[in-house]
Design a protein around this ligand. Structure first.
Ligand SMILES: C[S@@+](CC[C@H](N)C(=O)[O-])C[C@H]1O[C@@H](n2cnc3c(N)ncnc32)[C@H](O)[C@@H]1O
Length: 196
């Protein structure tokens, strides 16, 4: 993520966060348990919502985002360890975590298939893997997303409007507990369970 985009990201997102996303985040992370890995944790928007977990290990490759996230650590009611790292190469042994969280990250990750394999590898069998992402919609609106994506990617620092993240998750063979769609199906909240 570029320095400029990282600096303005929270201000750009504030209206949506207040109107809807904060509540969605709260509902999503409620299902996290034990030791949690969060990928692409950004400025730490989820940190205040973790409650009944032991610890969150949050990976974020952008140093400005990590700097912003450090200020949110004081609002977290659980221990959060913030580290530099990419979701495609998680620096942990197999079966380390009891849960995983990804919010608004799969749109930007360079290799989403590798990232999901890594999440499954570092999580134990039966671990909840929780997503809140925006995705490509079916039909005409999806084709509009395809057309807009090259420009959007440039404006929003690599974010792709047309990632098929729900299909990617479904193809892994994980158990899908709940899928909730928002804003004309552009956003999805997925509560899935790792099955090895
Ligand atoms: C749109 S922001 C979302 C931040 C946060 N998860 C949230 O919900 O507000 C996307 C984040 O993904 C991070 N990111 C980009 N590529 C990544 C990768 N390969 N692995 C992990 N994080 C990545 C970016 O640095 C950025 O902080």
């Amino acid at each position: 993520m570029s320095e400029r985009f990282a600096r303005y990201y929270d201000n750009l997102m504030r209206p949506l966060e207040k109107r809807a996303f904060q509540e969605i985040r709260k509902q999503l992370v409620k299902s996290a348990v034990g030791d949690v890995v969060e990928i692409g944790s950004g400025s730490g928007a989820n940190f205040p919502f973790y409650t009944n977990v032991n610890k969150v290990t949050a990976l974020e490759p952008n140093s400005i985002m990590r700097e912003k996230a450090r200020t949110k650590l004081q609002h977290a009611s659980v221990p959060v360890e913030l580290i530099d790292g990419h979701a495609e190469y998680l620096p942990f042994p197999d079966d380390t975590f009891d849960s995983a969280v990804s919010t608004l990250v799969f749109c930007t990750i360079a290799d989403p298939a590798q990232a999901i394999n890594e999440l499954r590898r570092v999580c134990k069998n039966g671990a909840p893997i929780l997503f809140f992402e925006h995705v490509r919609i079916d039909g005409f609106k999806g084709r509009v997303q395809d057309i807009l994506t090259p420009l959007w990617k440039r404006l929003c620092d690599g974010c792709c409007l047309n990632r098929e993240t729900l299909s990617l998750i479904e193809c892994t063979g994980m158990e899908m507990r709940h899928v909730t769609k928002y804003y004309h199906d552009i956003f999805i909240k997925v509560d899935s369970v790792n099955r090895k």
